[in-house]
Design a protein around this ligand. Structure first.
Ligand SMILES: [Zn+2]
Length: 416
């Protein structure tokens, strides 16, 4: 992509509406724009980041046996009355009556819909276990949307649901997804804290939360610096780690994932039964597994940035390489830039070429702000020795090499 043809509205100043560091950088790097409080448009760079996160999630969910589907956002309120959660959801769920007089809602989650779907199709233990997931837009009527993508009214979630015939099966499904989550968050450049949480409104008997430390985070976690274990600050009276007897640290975090052992709450209330090997009718045992996909973008930025801007993990970076010709009026420089641009493209490496007629300083600043993994810098000085420069955004390390070597080095870093 040529920058001159792209839509990347970077900002020099920090916008007033920004309430946290990730929110500032999301706006300044031209990733998102607010339509109204809690509702955002993803601009092309933000959309590429979102797409990369979704790719990682799909790979890991598929690799643990998940099948992707897509459920409707518009749901009959009736299902929520049956599960008993219409009341629990309170004012958070967006409800209305459509022109045909149907009571409907915009789903903040999909346990009811998926259980209702499955009950017409699962009859025998031979059809279990099953793991289904979707990546979809969800809605919450937040009274105080905040921090950009962290607490929004419209957001993207990955929600997965497991269906098993017994508790042992659920334990296995739960553990499989738990480990997939560890791999997903690692690939997203996140070092998360995992806490055992209260299942709350979801019901069931076990749940874990995946949290990322962030100053603006709204969830307080007690963290043991020695054994790295953590717990939600419910246990407020707790001062020391019970295992290590060292003082627990309080940390503000953003919740990025939450998994639950639901048990039979939804299958019994919505009538999803199967026949076991003995021919006895039993409710399907369920688990559900969420990841806040759009919120992950904020969490990744909170954990991966410096004073200059964002530092994307390589699988998430909107482009893998940005090419910076420092003088677009110089024919030789532009020839080499366009050469490198095509060669990287042929190697399936995504490239942004900053072909704007801007000063070198502006290009350097913007490249650092955007946080693309690698920068290729082509200027008059190094060309005197037939050299171009490669800069690694994460550690700002610069090296000067011949063109062929630069391409090999980039391939090594991206694919190595
Ligand atoms: Zn400890």
């Amino acid at each position: 992509m040529l920058w001159s043809k792209a839509f990347i509205p970077t900002l020099k100043e920090t916008p007033q509406e920004a309430e946290s560091l990730s929110h500032q950088l999301l706006l300044r790097a031209g990733l998102i724009r607010m339509l109204m409080a809690g509702v955002y448009s993803y601009l092309p760079l933000g959309f590429r980041v979102l797409d990369n996160i979704e790719k990682v999630i799909r790979q890991e969910m598929d690799s643990c046996g998940g099948s992707e589907l897509l459920l409707p956002a518009l749901q009959p309120k009736d299902l929520w009355l049956k599960s008993g959660r219409d009341k629990d959801m309170g004012e958070v769920m967006i409800r209305f009556v459509d022109r045909r007089g149907r009571n409907v809602c915009l789903g903040p989650t999909h346990e009811e819909v998926i259980t209702d779907l499955l009950k017409g199709h699962i009859f025998s233990y031979k059809q279990l276990p099953l793991l289904l997931y979707q990546i979809q837009t969800k809605f919450r009527d937040e009274i105080r949307p905040r921090f950009g993508l962290v607490r929004a009214c419209e957001f993207i979630m990955k929600d997965a649901y497991s269906f098993d015939q017994d508790e042992a099966g659920l334990d296995k499904s739960y553990e499989t997804v738990y480990h997939a989550y560890l791999r997903i968050f690692k690939r997203c450049g996140l070092d998360c804290l995992i806490t055992e949480a209260d299942p709350g409104v979801m019901g069931g008997n076990a749940s874990h939360e995946f949290m990322v430390p962030a100053e603006s985070g709204e969830d307080l976690v007690l963290y043991c610096p020695k054994c790295k274990s953590s717990q939600t600050a419910k246990e407020d009276s707790l001062n020391d780690c019970l295992r290590c007897k060292v003082k627990l640290e309080r940390r503000n975090t953003i919740e990025i994932g939450h998994i639950f052992k639901l048990g039979t709450k939804y299958s019994t209330s919505l009538g999803a039964y199967f026949l076991d090997a003995q021919g006895k009718q039993r409710p399907i045992i369920m688990g559900c597994y969420g990841i806040g996909v759009s919120r992950l973008i904020s969490a990744i930025i909170e954990e991966n940035h410096d004073h200059q801007g964002i530092i994307w993990p390589k699988e998430i970076s909107p482009y893998q390489v940005i090419v910076l010709p420092l003088d677009v009026s110089d024919k030789k420089i532009m020839e080499i830039a366009s050469d490198i641009y095509s060669e990287l493209g042929q190697n399936n490496i995504s490239v942004l070429l900053d072909d704007r007629n801007e000063r070198a300083g502006v290009k350097f600043k913007d490249a650092d702000l955007l946080g693309v993994t690698l920068q290729v810098i082509i200027g008059k000085e190094s060309l005197k020795n037939n050299h171009i420069e490669l800069k690694i955004r994460r550690n700002q390390e610069r090296s000067s090499k011949e063109q062929g070597e630069i391409i090999r080095e980039i391939k090594r870093i991206i694919y190595g």
